[in-house]
Design a protein around this ligand. Sequence first.
Ligand SMILES: Cc1cc2nc3c(=O)[nH]c(=O)nc-3n(C[C@H](O)[C@H](O)[C@H](O)COP(=O)(O)O)c2cc1C
Length: 95
Amino acid sequence: MTPTPLSEDQVGDILTTSHRNNPAKEITGLLCYDGHRFLQILEGAEDNIHALYKTIHSDPRHTAIELLHEAGWQIAVFQIGRWLMNMCPKAYCQS
Ligand SMILES: Cc1cc2nc3c(=O)[nH]c(=O)nc-3n(C[C@H](O)[C@H](O)[C@H](O)COP(=O)(O)O)c2cc1C
């Protein structure tokens, strides 16, 4: 079944929650939404990322989560830096 698209406010709620929670866990990331599918990059310590992934996994706002890639954890520098949870400009999310 195709999930009902989320409104901008609903996506905004996810960002607000991410901005509230992620800094304390030193998690950074990037979130893209094309109106049907999310693509998210999460970066941080292994335990924190796994805990957040578990939370997101059981979130009913999406229906079919798929882990696309899991990189090594020994990074000294955060690749995504200060983007605590940035949103892709919509133009980049169009398929
Ligand atoms: C696509 C997607 C991405 C999400 N990303 C995050 C995230 O990066 N950080 C976060 O805390 N919650 C994220 N959430 C929300 C979590 O699933 C969950 O609702 C939230 O962490 C609960 O936080 P709370 O206990 O402070 O209300 C995301 C949800 C969705 C659907």
